[in-house]
Design a protein around this ligand. Structure first.
Ligand code: C5P
Length: 240
């Protein structure tokens, strides 16, 4: 495999072409951004930690037969993935009230939701990633009805798998964001990353935040928090 031209640079990752048109190299960056890019910082070690965590989680999702783009971890900062056409929808799954839903609906942070809530956001920085519903998705032609149903079903399965894994780590999976893409045959598969940059994870006993809210809210060391997540995940995987 040969790492070729830079194809795309996002806020937290770079994508490179390879000599195989069906595969890409993802390089994780040390950059941290929040509030639609208004708050920025660089954190040594963050890219490698997210690469390790996302690889471990995608491996677990593959074992659970959830179709996804992850192929293998290549190095500290890089992984090999299937080339997909990303659907410009951010799928957010919530188990506990926090962040924007707490603000929007006036819910107390930490309230356990009676059932997992699935939301869709239009992935568009210029618009500030607005919350959208099925009709908006249809109007903007972002995905078909069947694809939307499939995204809901896959998101719910991912939630079940991750809830169980994080429970074994004594972590509360508060909420997380997923992105889906289509492979060359048109099949919908889970893409992007699953990491403390894209999930809220709280210690089950103390509710201590160990995710990107540490950066958003200046709560301490991002590197220590993400390292804690990786250590607990490795412990849980090692013990079955
Ligand atoms: O901000 P909000 O409460 O809507 O975020 C819900 C979840 O989605 C959080 O875990 C957050 O980290 C994640 N998210 C993300 N990328 C975005 C927006 C939210 O990873 N652009």
């Amino acid at each position: 495999m040969h790492k070729g031209q830079l194809m795309y640079e996002g806020k937290a990752k770079k994508l490179f072409e390879t000599n195989d048109p069906n595969e890409l190299v993802v390089e994780y960056k040390n950059d941290l951004t929040a509030f639609n890019g208004q708050k920025k910082a660089e954190q040594q070690g963050k890219g490698a930690l997210n690469n390790h965590i996302s690889s471990l989680l995608f491996e677990r999702l593959s074992e659970a037969d959830i179709p996804n783009h992850w192929l293998k971890q290549l190095s500290e900062m890089e992984q090999l993935v299937k080339h997909t056409d990303i659907i410009p929808i951010e799928v957010v799954i919530r188990n506990v009230a926090a962040g924007s839903i707490a603000k929007r609906l006036g819910l107390e942070e930490g309230l356990a939701l009676a059932f997992p809530i699935i939301e869709f956001y239009y992935k568009d920085d210029a618009l500030g990633d607005p919350l959208i519903n099925d009709d908006h998705i249809n109007l903007l032609n972002l995905a078909s009805h069947d694809e939307l149903d499939e995204m809901r079903e896959l998101a719910s399965k991912v939630n079940d798998v991750l809830l169980e894994l994080f429970r074994a780590c004594e972590l509360k999976l508060v909420d997380f964001k997923l992105e889906f893409g289509k492979d060359p045959s048109g099949k919908l598969i889970l893409s992007d990353e699953v990491s403390p940059d894209t999930c809220r994870l709280w210690d089950v006993h103390t509710n201590k935040k160990l995710d990107k809210d540490v950066f958003r809210q200046d709560l301490g060391s991002v590197e220590d928090s993400y390292q804690e997540i990786l250590n607990r995940l490795r412990g849980a995987v090692a013990h079955g």
